[in-house]
Write a protein that binds this ligand. Structure first.
Ligand SMILES: [Zn+2]
Ligand SMILES: [Zn+2]
Ligand SMILES: [Zn+2]
Ligand SMILES: [Zn+2]
Length: 461
């Protein structure tokens, strides 16, 4: 059954849900990292649920007609707006010509109703979702959250240029079939079986800090690039992954729910020529599979190759296996260095760096990412201007250091092309591509000083 929504709904999603730019954390990250449930999920015996799913229309199994018109996009936007309003669902829904990227939360009943309406919609056609198991694998429901983890209903629904910006304008894989897509079970087996395999985390540095895959043959954690945003991935690949080992190794990539690997892993394969395989459904899919294995008595929690917790971009902060009492933190408190995986952030105005801060330090201390970040606050206070907005704030030393370690030096843009939405051609590695500077925009959660470090013009436009 197909359903084409044509009804135009009033767009109340934008103004009510969005956080002012100056307060924004990394895109989509809820502030604070904890929440109080005030919705019906708190009184429902089933509690709430959060979904994490996406689709690239051109990826297999493709939409029958992958030429999605502007009218189609508008209708898809209305469809989700109406549906999330009707069922009091909160979250973030991004729709583009290339597909959709969705994370939503609500009561278990409302989430079920939402998924069933989605399955009947044209944007879901050709996806094989005829059993409860297949639906679970696609929507990847996790407990412990509801609309409150997104600041309440309704969801923020928006049509965008890309569903997860990688920072390369108009990048599309030359083929969607250039990499292997492994089920969690295949991924798990492959980690044990093949020599000369590199596990590679596609996520940002603050995500991979509290949880990662470990190579079962060496006990070594996956390679975790210290990037701050996915838009730094192409540069990371070009600078750090392209090299002598070309074609001789196998790279296994993973991310939170699989979407970043869709373009990220194919880009990596194209640039390196390596054999690349990716984890279908990401860490969320793997943990769901592992939970079932444990429930069926086929595996023990300690056999999970994913150690720690899966960072999520909602106020839950992270998720993990159902038997979470057996999960040891893999990170340390930024302040006292005790073992912890509790998320907090730097308290300096305009910094927002995500840190691991144990409960005791959160209460009794004043967590800052580094001394220079604190100094800047003290200086601003002394100037009688404690609310110094982030636009004039220099980048702090720890961020400077991380970027320097990551690149060896700052990535600078040619002066004459310093425009906010400008592009430049040809990275210093001789790659001829357009890097979309817009992805470093403050609207995406990057402080202007970090942009300045990249040589991006921070003048207001
Ligand atoms: Zn709630
Ligand atoms: Zn501590
Ligand atoms: Zn800071
Ligand atoms: Zn710092």
């Amino acid at each position: 059954m197909k359903e084409f929504s044509t009804e135009k709904a009033p767009d109340i999603s934008r103004s009510q849900v969005d956080i002012p730019k100056s307060r924004r954390l990394p895109n989509g990250f809820s502030d604070p990292v904890s929440f109080t449930c005030t919705c019906p999920a708190s009184s429902s015996p089933d509690g709430g649920q959060v979904l994490l799913f996406y689709r690239y229309f051109a990826a297999s199994p493709a939409l029958p007609n992958t030429q999605v018109s502007q009218e189609n996009l508008t209708s898809l936007e209305s469809f989700h707006t109406n549906l999330t309003q009707k069922h009091s669902i909160g979250g973030k829904i991004r729709i583009a010509q290339e597909g959709f990227n969705i994370t939503v939360g609500g009561t278990k009943e409302s989430i079920f109703a939402y998924t069933q309406a989605c399955i009947a919609h044209w944007s879901f056609s050709n996806l094989d979702l005829d059993t409860a198991q297949k639906q679970r694998e696609f929507f990847k429901p996790t407990p412990g959250g509801c609309s409150c983890v997104f600041g309440g209903a309704p969801a923020s629904v928006r049509v965008t240029a890309e569903i997860t910006p990688m920072g390369v304008t108009n990048y599309l894989p030359s083929s969607w079939d250039s990499i292997e897509v492994l089920t969690p079970e295949e991924f798990h087996e492959r980690c044990h079986a093949e020599p000369n395999t590199l596990l590679l985390d596609v996520r940002n540095h603050y995500e991979s800090r509290i949880g990662y895959f470990v190579d079962p043959r060496t006990g070594e954690p996956a390679l975790r690039p210290q990037i701050r945003r996915f838009s730094q991935w192409p540069q990371y690949v070009n600078r750090r992954m392209v090299g002598e080992e070309k074609g001789e190794r196998q790279i296994l990539t993973f991310c939170t729910g699989g979407i970043r690997c869709e373009k990220g892993a194919r880009f990596l394969q194209e640039r390196t020529g390596d054999r690349v395989a990716t984890l279908k459904g990401g860490i969320a899919g793997y943990l769901m599979w592992m939970d079932e294995e444990i429930e069926q008595g086929r595996k023990r929690p300690e056999e999970s190759l994913f150690k720690g917790r899966n960072f999520v971009f909602d106020a839950r902060g992270s998720t993990t296996l159902e038997e979470d009492d057996k999960i040891e933190p893999v990170a340390k408190c930024h302040v006292c260095t005790n073992s912890s995986d509790r998320l907090g952030k730097c308290r300096s105005k305009g910094c927002h760096l995500v840190l691991v801060v144990c409960a005791a330090c959160e209460l009794s201390d004043d967590p800052r990412c580094c001394q220079s970040c604190l100094d800047m606050d003290v200086l601003a206070q002394a100037d009688g201007n404690p609310d110094t907005n982030s636009r004039s704030r220099p980048i702090c030393s720890c961020e400077k250091e991380r970027e320097a370690n990551l690149w060896g030096e700052y990535v600078k843009l040619p002066k004459q092309q310093k425009t906010r939405k400008g592009t430049r051609k040809g990275l210093r590695d001789g790659v001829n591509m357009n890097i979309q500077v817009q992805s470093l925009d403050s609207s995406m959660g990057i402080p202007n000083e970090l942009k300045a470090a990249f040589g991006v013009n921070v003048q207001a436009t």
